[in-house]
Design a protein around this ligand. Structure first.
Ligand code: ADP
Ligand code: ZN
Length: 728
């Protein structure tokens, strides 16, 4: 917490106000009669013909003539945003090259929260008896026997009367209306409600984390096997933070689907945490936002955007599954939640816990060089052991043509089912088949607007583009040559695996889990059913690899372990290693011994060897060497400039102009222009320039200078900047 005196402004002063709109820099306004503001105050100001939300940033940078200035229109009755948060907005804007106003809009995400919370209408009995007593009135008065006031909805529910009965009673004077303050969003979590007793290894891990002072900045990488109790350990770090009187934020990559996490939190802390994610209503959002700002909310479990909540006393940030790709935001202003969390914690002098069984190469490097404290959990909790992992060589031991489950794997699944255990078949590809082809003319179905195949979704009877969502009904005859019965599905998607599983394991209770298989709440229900053991065979995509704890699961089969390696992405090996470890780690999390099978055409690939040999250290070491040799992150910096336009030659032409305008700088290398990894999305052609520099070079600053001196994109041209792109 900072003790500096906040900058104050009174009527007649001129203030700089950052508006929550994607424009450069703050604008100046006059503070009107009777208004007092501070740096961080949330206000409404006129911008052109509109009123927009903004935040008082401080004194204006330039001298502005008084008479041309407009007044601040309104000051909201909420505490000012903290100094840390304002600095975070500045920092993020500078680093990602987004307009600070655009970043600020990420902070002011809940305009409803700025209105004073509505008091709750309640009723209380008076001394006065009504003249006419109907049965309905009696029921109300029965409820109000003692002197307590009852909130209206509760009273209506308990007495079973309509609103008009209350109105009638109020007129007789027998009850009176009172206003009660709105209840808190959530009960404050109790750090001592239900602590786990940690085993010695977990206790050591916690001690290492707590050795980071509760009042200082520090980062711990909690690097522990799946099922090792990482969650239990960081819960205790949350408890420690709450005891120190500070707020805690736990980020999850896929919060909308993780009701089990919320349940665990609720059990541990005796109350639900406040949540923050895209599935919330504006009213829920407003309550949480305001509670975080006024300090009544002490702990939040949220998605990456929770990083921009207006905490005033943030003491701990946890990123669960810190390696997860969902932490990268690539729409609007692009940022990586891991990096932002570190920056925010630094500004707030808070602790950070990065938790993962498969840390990102970046975080491993930071731990190796001592920037982060490396905290390890090497064994699973209680009698659970790590699963045995073996490769199935698809060249020699693969399935029959047209099938996807190898005989060895099928036998193991049968055996697990016989023992009354669960098995999981994993393929990281939604839909039925990634490609539809005409056997007669060779036509391949492609999205008209993207450079992507149309993926068949057989359950829904459509072909669908996974980039833009474009759909057509699955054709019966070839659209090109008109031949009937000539269209074939090529390659497997998860629905096709489900079809094969239905034929091979007809007696097993099967469930298909994929993001397109239902709403969030439906999927949450499915996961709960799996956890209760209501299914024997789980067939799923990436969705099932994350964080779930299926006690009866003993056999995991990865149908295409090579899938992620095919891309020309330098992070392909890392990503594949992470997802394989995560999915294999679902097996044998309780007392049952787990086995995982990787179907691969490349059993000698370093990733497969690291998996089968269980030698993750060798994998990280090798991956770090390769990154260092290539000057790739974390040893170098990258920035991508994506130029898009409706016509390919326009995008390419402008990218060439940009390249020609690039300033000379020692140590910066430029690549491209070349087609972006996805060369067309939604009908827009995309061309990419890449800038690469050493670690200590200010690449954001370089790109900013470059773009400020280059020609501005006009017409349908657009330039998007992605600092630290994750796939390149
Ligand atoms: P991770 O987050 O590392 O995958 P979890 O924290 O989910 O591991 O722990 C795995 C399982 O073991 C969970 O069911 C958890 O409740 C249980 N567990 C781990 N540590 C303890 C402990 N100290 N006391 C009780 N249960 C524990
Ligand atoms: Zn498309």
């Amino acid at each position: 917490m900072r003790t500096e005196q906040a900058q104050m402004f009174e009527s007649g002063d001129i203030v700089a106000v950052m508006v929550g709109v994607a424009v450069e820099g703050p604008y100046s306004y006059r503070v009107p009669e009777g208004m007092a503001l501070a740096r961080g105050s949330i206000v409404a100001v006129p911008l052109g013909p509109r009123l927009v939300l903004g935040v008082v940033w401080g004194e204006p940078r330039d001298n502005v003539a008084h008479n041309r200035l407009r007044d601040v229109a309104h000051a909201y009755d909420v505490p000012p945003l903290s100094e840390e948060l304002l600095r975070l907005v500045d920092w993020v804007g500078r680093y990602t090259l987004a307009a600070p106003g655009q970043v600020l809009r990420g902070v002011l995400r809940s305009p409803e929260a700025l209105e004073p919370p509505k008091p709750v209408i309640a009723y209380r009995r008076t001394r006065h008896e009504p003249e006419k007593l109907t049965p309905a009135r009696l029921r109300v008065l029965d409820c109000l026997m003692d002197d307590m006031a009852w909130p209206k909805p509760a009273l209506l529910g308990a007495s079973g009367v309509s609103s008009s009965v209350l109105d009638g009673l109020e007129k007789t004077g027998a009850v009176e209306k009172v206003e009660m303050p709105a209840p808190p969003v959530v009960l404050p979590p109790d750090p001592d409600a239900n602590p786990s007793s940690l085993n010695p290894e977990q206790q050591t891990a916690l001690d290492q984390i707590l050795a980071l002072s509760a009042h200082d900045f520090g980062v711990a990488l909690l690097d522990g096997v799946t099922g090792g109790g990482k969650t239990e350990v960081f819960f205790e770090a949350v408890a420690d933070t709450l005891r120190a009187g500070r707020q805690a934020l736990v980020l999850l990559p896929e919060i909308a689907l993780t009701s089990t996490f919320i349940d665990r939190f609720t059990k541990r802390f005796g109350g639900r945490p406040a949540e923050w994610h895209s599935d919330m209503t504006p009213v829920q959002r407003a309550k949480v936002w305001r509670g975080v700002l006024d300090g009544t909310v002490r702990a939040v479990v949220g998605a990456r955007s929770a990083l921009f909540l207006p905490f005033r006393e943030l003491g701990l940030l946890v990123l669960d599954e810190e390696h997860d790709g969902a932490y990268k935001q690539s729409e609007g202003f692009t940022y990586h939640a891991r990096d932002m969390a570190i920056v925010r914690a630094h500004l707030s002098t808070a602790r950070v816990v990065l938790s993962s069984a498969t840390p990102s190469v970046e975080s491993r490097n930071n731990a190796n060089v001592g920037r982060y404290v490396h905290v390890r959990l090497e064994s699973r909790f209680a009698e659970a052991a790590m699963p045995d992992i073996s490769a199935i060589d698809m060249r020699t031991d693969g399935p029959e043509k047209g099938e996807w489950i190898a005989p060895v794997l099928a036998r193991e699944v049968f055996a697990a089912l016989d023992r009354g255990e669960q098995a999981l078949l994993f393929l990281n590809r939604r839909g039925y088949a990634p490609l539809t082809l005409c056997r007669s003319c060779g036509h391949q179905y492609q999205c008209p607007d993207c450079s992507a195949w149309m993926v068949e979704h057989r359950f829904r009877g459509v072909l669908m583009c996974h980039h833009c969502g474009h759909e057509v009904r699955t054709p019966k005859v070839c659209g090109e040559c008109g031949e009937a019965d000539a269209l074939v599905a090529v390659g497997p998607g998860i629905e096709r695996v489900a079809e094969e599983a239905a034929a091979r394991f007809p007696d097993a209770r099967r469930v298909l889990l994929s993001t397109d298989m239902g709403s969030h709440s439906q999927l949450r229900d499915r996961f709960a059913e799996v956890e209760r053991g209501e299914y024997d065979l789980i067939i799923g995509t990436q969705l099932v690899s994350k964080g779930h704890h299926f006690e009866k699961l003993s056999v995991v089969g990865v149908l295409d372990a090579d899938l992620g390696l095919a891309h020309g992405d330098p992070r392909a090996a890392e990503k594949t290693f992470q997802i394989l470890t995560q999915v294999a780690g679902r097996a044998g999390r309780a007392s049952r011994h787990g086995k995982a099978f990787l179907q691969t055409y490349h059993p000698d690939h370093p990733v497969m060897k690291a998996m089968v040999g269980g030698d993750r250290e060798a994998f990280y070491a090798q991956e770090l060497l390769a990154r260092e040799a290539g000057g790739m992150p974390p040893f170098g910096r990258l920035a991508a400039l994506i130029v898009s336009a409706n016509a390919q030659q326009d995008a390419m032409g402008f990218a060439r102009k940009l390249l020609a305008a690039a300033p000379m700088a020692d140590g910066v290398r430029l690549y491209g222009p070349a087609d972006a990894p996805v060369a067309m999305i939604r009908g827009r052609h995309r061309v990419r320039l890449l800038a690469q520099s050493g670690k200590d070079f200010d690449l954001s600053g370089y790109v900013r200078f470059w773009l400020s001196s280059a020609e501005k994109p006009r017409g349908d041209l657009k330039v998007q900047i992605d600092i630290d792109p994750v796939s390149f």
